[in-house]
Ligand binder design. Structure first.
Ligand code: AHM
Ligand code: MG
Length: 349
């Protein structure tokens, strides 16, 4: 380079922001402009949460808040903070008729004036809360449905807008607060990832059209629950640990963060299977269908993977209530099919 030329290679000239990408993408697929604004609003909420996560240790936001949520689980201060950020940022946006949060027992209406909104949203504001205090990745998960009610009166007892199969989602996504903050979403046209550049406060396209490998060599589960699992699940995990038992003859590695978002994110990028089966004490497992499993299933399928409860596709399941749980097997299609086969052959109860 001559010293009179200016080196612009460091600039953001080739940078695609989330806003650029969504606008372009939506024009291509002909979706309503409103959905673009909705997703950008969610991204704003997660940026605010990301700032809170990064400052949690400094702002006394680590530790428990002394309350239990509807699941009977202790709430961390960050759970409550993130729930407030989401409910106010999204509630005041006018884009949603009503909302469901892991942290609240009942659905609640968004602010007055949102009655004409077509959408409802379910979210887990901070997933993997037990990892907050030990500085391990956590995340936010969300799924949006088109309302089926007429919207004239939001009744907390009428949950019908949310009791739809996951395949009806118009968009779903997560944000991972890890070594960097990433926003990953799908509107049914591929799964795309953006990394937050904190210096400019923008999500930048880093992982367009994510493709989950069809097979993998990582399994991810809480093996402390092994003795409560069904024979089908036990036998499958046994085969993954013993190359002489697995058709591939390969060894498999175990990786378990204990934050669904982090474990799923690794699975999309590297392949493998994440499992949270039912066990003797909790036949439906731990994870919630509406705001944890269904959004992840939507993202898995839009990146070429599969999600199952052991027998059926997660995306076909209709929640029995807004906080219903389901066993989850999600990841590389081949591995999810293998565990389904093992459950069919050796039993799933
Ligand atoms: P949370 O929403 O209360 O944080 O619970 C969900 C989390 C998931 O992120 C994770 O996959 C699972 O619980 C871990 O559970 P366990 O500690 O039983 O392995
Ligand atoms: Mg949670």
């Amino acid at each position: 380079m001559k010293n009179t030329e200016i080196d612009t290679s460091w600039t953001f000239t080739n940078t695609v922001t989330l806003a650029d990408f969504i606008r372009k993408n939506e024009l291509q697929v002909g979706a309503s402009g409103n959905l673009s604004s909705v997703i950008l609003r969610i991204a704003l909420a997660t940026k605010i949460v990301s700032r809170g996560v990064n400052r949690a240790g400094l702002a006394s936001m680590m530790g428990l808040a002394g309350e239990v949520n509807v699941q009977g689980e202790e709430q961390a201060k960050l759970d409550i903070y993130a729930d407030k950020v989401f409910s106010s940022t999204l509630g005041r946006s006018g884009y949603f008729l009503s909302m469901v949060s892991e942290e609240r027992e009942e659905l609640w209406p968004a602010k007055k004036g949102s009655e004409t909104s077509h959408y409802v949203i379910a979210f887990d504001p901070v997933d993997g809360s037990s990892n907050i205090d030990v500085n391990v990745s956590i995340g936010t998960v969300w799924g949006i449905y088109r309302r089926i009610s007429d919207g004239s009166n939001v009744d907390p007892n009428d949950t019908s807008d949310f009791l739809q199969p996951g395949k009806n989602q118009v968009a779903a996504g997560y944000t991972i607060y890890g070594s960097s903050t990433m926003f990953v979403y799908s509107t049914g046209h591929g799964t795309h990832g953006f990394t937050l550049d904190p210096t400019i406060g923008e999500f930048i396209l880093t992982n367009p059209q994510m493709e989950m490998p069809q097979d993998g060599n990582i399994y991810s589960c809480n093996e402390g629950n092994y003795h409560g699992w069904s024979e089908g699940v036990k036998q499958y995990v046994d085969t993954l640990k013993d190359p002489s038992k697995h058709a591939s003859g390969n060894t498999h590695s175990a990786r378990y963060v204990g934050s669904l978002v982090a474990d799923f994110h690794r699975t999309v990028l590297k392949g493998g299977i994440f499992m949270y089966p039912g066990d003797k004490k909790n036949p439906n497992g731990k994870l919630r269908l509406l705001y944890e499993c269904a959004p992840m299933a939507f993202l898995a399928e839009n990146s070429g993977g599969r999600a199952s409860n052991g027998n059926s596709s997660i995306s076909d399941l209709v929640p029995t209530d807004i906080h219903a749980r389901t066993p989850l097997f999600i990841g590389s299609t081949k591995m999810v099919e293998e565990v389904e086969k093992s459950i069919r052959e050796h039993g799933g109860d």
